[in-house]
Design a protein around this ligand. Sequence first.
Ligand SMILES: *Cc1c(COP(=O)(O)O)cnc(C)c1O
Length: 479
Amino acid sequence: MEKTIFQYSSPGRIGVSLPVLDVPETTISKKFARKEAIGLPQVTEGQAMRHFVRLSTKNFNIEEGLYPLGSCTMKYNPRLHEFLARIEGLAAVHPLSGDSSVQGTLGIMYKLGESLCEITGFDSVTLQPAAGAQGEFAGLMLIKNWQEARGQEHRNEVLMPDSAHGTNPATSTLAGLKVVSVKSDEFGKVDVEDLRQKAGENTCAFMLTNPNTLGIFESNIEEITKIIHDAGGLNYMDGANMNAMLGIARPGDMGFDVCHLNLHKTFSTPHGGGGPGSGPVCCNEILRPFLPPSTVVKSDDGYTLLDSTHKSIGRLLAFHGNVGVLYRAYAYIRTMGSKGLREASEVALINANYMKTRIKPYYDVPHDDGPCMHEFVASGAEMAKKGVKTLDIAKRLLDYGFHAPTIYFPLIVKEALMIEPTETESLESIDAFIDAMIAIAEEIDSKPHLVTDAPVNTPVLRLDEVKAVKDLCLVEPIE
Ligand SMILES: *Cc1c(COP(=O)(O)O)cnc(C)c1O
């Protein structure tokens, strides 16, 4: 047998029993046959099961504890969604099935699209993008194509504040547009006068993360979107932080023309680790002709997938998009109802404000301008002066049983800790996290080595983070 890196492998052990062949046996041509043994581990079903279950317990996850990863909205995902997404008639449909045989799936896509339009204040939607960043790209391409269609192809600038989420400049560049940075004030809010000066005949679009990366809502929003419209540009809202305003405020009412949503954040789908996501794009009527193909339309005969119009920006993903995520988001919206969605945002805001207020006596909260939205950014700059970095605080939190907040982002805060508790945490778990943060602050003064040596309670100690990503080791260490 080929030597494998799997230490439990032993020749002849097997964990599957294949069903009896029910088609004629055949041989494959030598050309396609494998030339060397593949070297798979030979283990029993029980061994394989233990291996994967053990591995799964070595990674922190939302089922284990609070996961305040700012901007990522790591909320608890109700099991009901998993149950619904696994119903055979939904989970087992084939992407090449004709429309008439997948009416259930198309119906869910249609109704989900209607709900997302209602939530954002727009009237058209594509469910195709596979992630928030791909949604941003799609939205910018809609705007770019709209500009070209009205003879304004020279407009090649996207204006955005320097506090923008990192994907915003990245997707603008990918869309072939030039990023023009607009100044922001000390609260990360747009400097309206600077925007007025920079908006002009080359403005294609304005892109705004709202609430911004400091968890602060843009207070001059109607003035800002009007400046861009008057200059001949369109307004894009990065709606990945929609968890802050469900049922409270709508981008379409604020003068935006298009926005994306992160179903895998706000609309409750397990995410992280590169799993499937979904970043639908909602837009107003003028951008509708440019949408990618495969939007669902309803007629007397039922639901059908629309082919592209000649103006379409083209396909972004095969087939219907990440349908499993769409099912979960639909289940979430229907079980919450409009009152429940608003309540989710209200509780998310209350939780973040409660945490900020209790943490503030121990950690600096630099841009604190009254109540925050769904998240806030603390700073470890004072601790860094004592020789303990924000990275150390993040590692020590693991010892206390919590995932770390987002760190070193946004860049406008030194030693940033971006904290988003979400609405699904109980008062007890929120208090326990705050107590851990306070305990760490006290350790920094009394026994700083506890923090700089952390973590000590995790399966592996401090890793070289760059190397760990490039050089994954999924084999259990031999004990
Ligand atoms: C998460 C996030 C994105 C990107 O979403 P992905 O699904 O990770 O591509 C964009 N903008 C903001 C504000 C986000 O929080």
